[in-house]
Each structure stands twice: as C-alpha cells, then as structure tokens.
Design a protein around this ligand. Structure first.
Ligand SMILES: Nc1ncnc2c1ncn2[C@@H]1O[C@H](COP(=O)(O)OP(=O)(O)OP(=O)(O)O)[C@@H](O)[C@H]1O
Ligand SMILES: O=C(O)[C@@H]1CCC(=O)N(CCc2ccc(Cl)cc2)[C@H]1c1ccccc1Cl
Length: 314
C-alpha cells in the first residue's frame, strides 16, 4: 500500500505523522478480542479457559500461563517447546494452536476446545471399552503418533489424560510441553535420541528409565500401555509408588486379566517390548506400516478414519 500522500486518512481526519504508512491486514489478536467463559481445568503452571472470539463467535480453549510462576519454576524452556512443537502440527488428531499472545503477566495459547475432555474420564466412567471402541481410539491415537513422528516430534508423555476428545468424540492429542523436536543432523538425518527425563510413571518406557533417552519407539510403548488400559480398565504397570512402578516396567512385570481378547493381547505383547528397536512400530515408515497392518486393526480404514463417526461408547 503506497504511503499516504498527505496526512489526511480516508475520512479526512488529521492523522498523526507517526502513523504507519499502511494498516496491516492481519492484526495480532489479543485478550480484548476474546470473551472468556468457564475454566476448563488447571495445570501446574497454567489455567485453561473457554473463550469466544468476538469477531466470529468461534469457540476456543485458551491456555493461560503465569509468567512469574513459570520463571520461578524454571519452565520457560517448556513453554517455548510447547509453542514450537504445536506450531509445526497440522493434523485432525492433534490440538491445533491458532494464536499466541501475551500481556505483562501472562502468556496465552489459543487452542482447539476439545469439548468432551479427557479420554481418562471415559475409561473411569465405563470401566473398559469394547473392542470396536478400543480399535477406533487406538487407531486414531496411532494416526496422530504417525503424523507427529513424520514431523520429527516425539510426544514422550502420551497418556489418557493427554488424549482429549472433541465434540465429535474424536481424538485430540495435547500437552506438547515435554515433547522433543528431533534435530536434523549434518547429513539431514534425524538424530533419534532425545535426552532429558520426562514422562508419567505408568506410561514411561524402559529406555527412558535406563538410558534417560526417549526415541520415537517410546511413544509406541505408551500406546501399548493405553491399549491395555482401554481393555483392562487400568494400566499394565502400577506399583504402590513410582519406584515400584519403574521396577515393574524395567522387569516387564505385567499380566493380562482373564478374558483379555487374544488379538489385543498379541498386539500389546509386541508393543511392550523392552528393546525399543524390537518394538512393533519401530523402524521408520515401514515399521509403522507393520503396526497398522496388525490383525488387531482389522477393519480400520486408515484413509477415512478421521471422517468416520466415532463408535458409541456408552
Ligand atoms: N484444548 C483443550 N480443550 C479442552 N480442555 C483442555 C484443553 N487443554 C487442556 N484442557 C483441560 O485443562 C486442564 C489443564 O490443562 P493444562 O495443559 O493447562 O495442564 P495439564 O497438562 O493438565 O497439567 P500439567 O501442566 O501439570 O501437565 C487439563 O486437565 C485438561 O482437562
Ligand atoms: O516465541 C514467541 O512466539 C514469542 C516471542 C516473543 C516473546 O516474548 N514470547 C514470550 C517469551 C516468554 C516466555 C516465557 C515467559 Cl515466562 C515470558 C516470556 C514468545 C511467546 C509469546 C506468546 C506466547 C508464547 C510465547 Cl513462547
């Protein structure tokens, strides 16, 4: 847009000389652009609030982080990781980040509002899922993992609390603050090990406990734990305390309850493998294709998975 020839703007008013030579077409959003509603939940460093964009009535979940608290808890790194990983993601199974902005006290992340909350709530409510529901949700979670990995991102903390459900009861994976973006090394390959301790006891992989290094295969270990939990109603490794849980994991100490379907048992046994490179799903694209081809997923149409209606959970 050419700079204004005189200081009169379109409706003839005097404009200050300091005005920009053009009006930017896309203005950065800010707090004033939203009407905030009910609190959806609280995290250690954050509050998530439902909000409506005043200009188009769209509804979002706005994650508000208190700067002082983040600095005090030394979590600035996680904030940048969450922003940078979410910015790379564009997939129906992953919570989308639309805008970020800040004011003197807080940082704001404007996200999809997953209206049906956490998958964990449904596991607790129903006790366990039937095989159709287990297959559908396992497939949607796997589809989201496959996409993340294709973008060089390892989630590292997959668990039913971080798997949200939208108004169509479809999966929306969230909580990328502890994700890892694998750097491209010199000759363009991904270095496949991320090193820093994260994760939640029941879902953490043996390699993270033993070598403090997660890899893409660590997300498949978590998938195995989640599939087990959808059917059994509880995770496979659960000790009286975190240390006992870690012992069970590194010793692969778990068993299947009576009635655990055979095809699901076979898949879980191929995911809960101590050596990450022997885990079903490891080995790049071919590995993931082998996992998707497992008979547990028989009947899943991977190409239309996100267009299908979710099976009735109740
Ligand atoms: N996009 C979203 N849509 C709907 N609810 C959400 C969304 N994001 C988070 N929530 C809810 O808000 C709560 C707080 O989420 P938040 O990510 O701030 O913290 P957290 O990850 O649960 O906790 P922590 O930071 O300790 O790991 C969650 O328990 C979740 O139920
Ligand atoms: O990375 C970005 O997009 C900007 C860059 C400019 C900027 O100042 N911020 C905020 C940086 C920041 C991070 C943590 C704290 Cl506690 C305070 C400021 C970043 C930011 C703004 C809003 C929301 C998140 C982030 Cl990381």
């Amino acid at each position: 847009i050419p700079p204004r020839s005189n200081s009169n703007n379109d409706n003839g008013q005097q404009t200050p000389k300091t005005q920009l030579s053009h009006t930017p077409s896309v203005r950065k959003k800010g707090v004033k652009d939203f009407e905030f509603g009910k609190t959806l939940g609280e995290g250690s460093y954050s509050t998530v609030v439902a909000a409506r964009d005043r200009s188009n009535n769209r509804e979002y979940a706005v994650k508000i982080l208190d700067k002082k608290h983040i600095i005090k808890e030394k979590k600035v790194k996680y904030v940048n990781i969450e922003k940078n990983t979410l910015n790379k993601m564009n997939h129906p199974g992953i919570v989308r980040l639309y805008y970020t902005f800040q004011d003197p006290d807080s940082l704001y992340f404007v996200l999809d509002h997953a209206k049906n909350g956490e998958l964990l709530t449904f596991i607790k409510k129903l006790g366990s899922f039937d095989m159709d529901c287990t297959k559908f949700y396992a497939a949607q979670i796997l589809s989201a993992i496959e996409y993340m990995h294709s973008q060089g991102v390892i989630h590292r903390d997959l668990k039913p609390e971080n798997i949200l459900l939208d108004d169509k009861m479809h999966v929306k994976v969230t909580d990328f603050g502890t994700a890892k973006i694998l750097e491209q090394n010199a000759d363009g390959e991904e270095d496949d090990r991320a090193n820093s301790f994260v994760g939640t006891a029941e879902y953490v992989s043996p390699e993270l406990l033993k070598e403090k290094a997660a890899c893409k295969s660590s997300d498949f270990w978590a998938l195995g734990c989640i599939i087990y939990q959808l059917i059994a109603g509880r995770p496979p490794f659960k000790g009286a305390n975190e240390y006992r849980t870690f012992q069970k994991i590194v010793n692969l100490e778990y068993s299947f309850p009576d009635g655990f379907p055979t095809v699901a048992r076979d898949l879980v046994q191929k995911l809960l493998v101590l050596n990450p490179s022997e885990r079903l799903g490891s080995g790049g694209k071919a590995g993931v294709e082998r996992l998707k081809a497992h008979s547990f997923f028989q009947g899943i149409d991977w190409d239309t998975l996100w267009q299908q209606p979710a099976p009735n959970l109740l």
